[in-house]
Design a protein around this ligand. Structure first.
Ligand SMILES: [Zn+2]
Length: 270
């Protein structure tokens, strides 16, 4: 599933193509993909900017916005002309622009969604602060952790506190911060919370610089794969020795997800 770095990579690439383009027509090939919550018509409007919040891609139009969630296998692929070769066998929705270019929403598993809304904030009101938000501080993060008694894995996966991380970057961040994924959020010390905050920023920044991770279906807007998966220390590394101490990396189920960690290096706060 694409997480913040993969989504950010898509947004950065689409910024080079979409602003200024006028939507001529929208073709919906799988009805559930396109959720219209708006009385405005998207057709005839121009894309003025792109942004992101957590795992949501926001395409701002003149009077409304399209919010895209890629979910499991969604891809946004830009096609300059109808002749541009592109591997898209599961196109669920296509935005046709008046200059002949297109934005294809390709999604094999069909869980992805495009919401057409007037208010982005209203649609995303339950989504927490973006993990990379410049306004977000280590102190805010510590206070958030203190306010809940959840295991750290579930806390970081829940998008309502910090938005953007999924299974990969949660496991990698907790490992690098030396915090056991089952640690109770409110029991994590201030020093460790600040360390985790810095680590999260570093891990996400590094992954963005490497154009995200390609596990299965993720591709950027040009259909290219990412590189960050080459730098995983624990994610899908179960049975291999820990890079820090040599202990075998374990995989358990936590918060309903496969969770990877080093039983030796990661301290359990309970
Ligand atoms: Zn270790």
């Amino acid at each position: 599933m694409p997480e913040l770095p993969e989504v950010e990579t898509v947004v950065r690439e689409l910024k080079a193509y979409l602003p200024g383009k006028k939507i001529k027509r929208i073709s919906v090939y799988w009805h559930k993909t396109f959720v219209n919550e708006c009385t405005q018509k998207a057709e005839g409007q121009t894309v003025h900017s792109l942004s992101r919040r957590g795992k949501y891609i926001i395409i701002n139009l003149d009077r409304s916005a399209l919010i895209v969630h890629l979910r499991m296998t969604g891809q946004l692929l830009f096609q300059q002309t109808a002749e541009t070769t592109i591997n898209a066998f599961h196109v669920r929705t296509a935005l046709h622009f008046d200059d002949g270019s297109r934005l294809l929403f390709n999604d094999a598993r069909k869980f992805g969604r495009i919401y057409h809304v007037v208010s982005v904030n209203k649609r995303l009101q339950k989504v927490g602060i973006d993990a990379m938000d410049a306004q977000f501080s280590a102190t805010d993060f510590y206070r958030m952790l203190q306010s809940r008694k959840m295991n750290s894995k579930a806390f970081l996966l829940s998008q309502q506190f910090v938005a953007g991380m999924g299974n990969i970057y949660v496991d990698e961040s907790l490992f690098r911060a030396g915090i056991h994924p089952a640690s109770v959020s409110s029991k994590i010390s201030r020093t460790d919370a600040e360390k985790l905050f810095k680590v999260i920023r570093r891990v996400l920044t590094f992954a963005i610089q490497n154009m995200g991770s390609t596990i299965s279906d993720y591709r950027d807007a040009n259909g290219k794969v990412g590189n960050a998966q080459k730098f995983f220390y624990v994610y899908q590394q179960q049975g291999k020795p820990c890079v820090k101490c040599g202990t075998i990396i374990k995989k358990i189920k936590l918060a309903g997800r496969g969770t990877h960690f080093c039983p030796e290096c990661q301290r359990l706060f309970i």
